[in-house]
Write a protein that binds this ligand. Structure first.
Ligand SMILES: Nc1nc2c(c(=O)[nH]1)N[C@H]1C(S)=C(S)[C@@H](COP(=O)(O)O)O[C@H]1N2
Ligand SMILES: [Mo]
Length: 199
């Protein structure tokens, strides 16, 4: 008996420990955008870390690509209930981008070309938990999925992973972003099913 019958007679599958409550698995990669896809020419692209007083750091596309790169493989969880396992990315850790930023800020507001914003505690961007990525699955990131570059914060619902990212503003108080002011949960932990305000 070959591989097929072995798979057929295999142990019943365990409930998937990698799937947060209320989520189902997809194998395609849905696109969810609240507006049109902004087109950002690379010679005009820039990414900044800034405070209310102004930019602390700013990188051109070439400068950004010259930073140390990582290739995280992560699971994605969208608040609309699809999850996608084992997605492969390439980009720069927020730990690198924040390396010599002196700030007592506790909050971050990611903002994008096109005007999208999303807020999160600064600590959720640090310690290997977040990246600004520019490649997906070995190819340059397509504009519908946030190219040239998007934020990737896989431990929170995917609306926190701002596409077409332009910068991160460091703040002493929390400023709710686009979906957070529209009734979504302020934090968005998929394991605690924090989908909407009040969850
Ligand atoms: N700039 C921007 N980023 C965004 C969004 C958006 O509308 N604009 N949508 C968010 C939401 S709700 C989700 S689920 C994911 C979808 O990412 P994808 O289109 O690559 O699947 O992007 C997030 N980042
Ligand atoms: Mo979403």
């Amino acid at each position: 008996m070959g591989i097929i019958s072995r798979a057929f007679h295999g142990r019943p599958r365990e409930p998937d420990a990698k799937l947060p409550p209320g989520q189902y698995l997809v194998h395609d990669f849905p696109v969810l955008s609240a507006g049109p896809t902004p087109r950002v020419p690379l010679d005009r692209w820039e990414f900044s870390i800034d405070t209310a007083e102004g930019p602390v750091h700013r990188w051109s596309w070439e400068e950004f690509l010259a930073l140390p790169q990582e290739t995280p493989t992560v699971d994605l969880h969208c608040v609309t209930k699809w999850s996608k396992f084992g997605t492969g990315w390439k980009g720069v850790s927020l730990d690198v981008l924040m390396e010599d930023v002196e700030s007592a800020a506790e909050y971050a507001l990611a903002y994008s070309y096109g005007g999208y914003t999303t807020n999160l505690p600064l600590e959720d961007l640090l310690d290997g938990k977040a990246w600004v990525v520019h490649e997906f699955d070995g190819e340059e990131l397509e504009p519908p999925h946030g190219g040239p570059a998007r934020l990737l914060v896989p431990h929170l619902y995917l609306w926190k992973s701002a596409k077409w990212i332009k910068g991160i503003r460091l703040l002493n108080e929390d400023w709710p972003g686009f979906w957070e002011t529209a009734g979504y949960h302020n934090y968005g932990d998929p394991w605690r099913e924090q989908r909407y305000d009040g969850d």
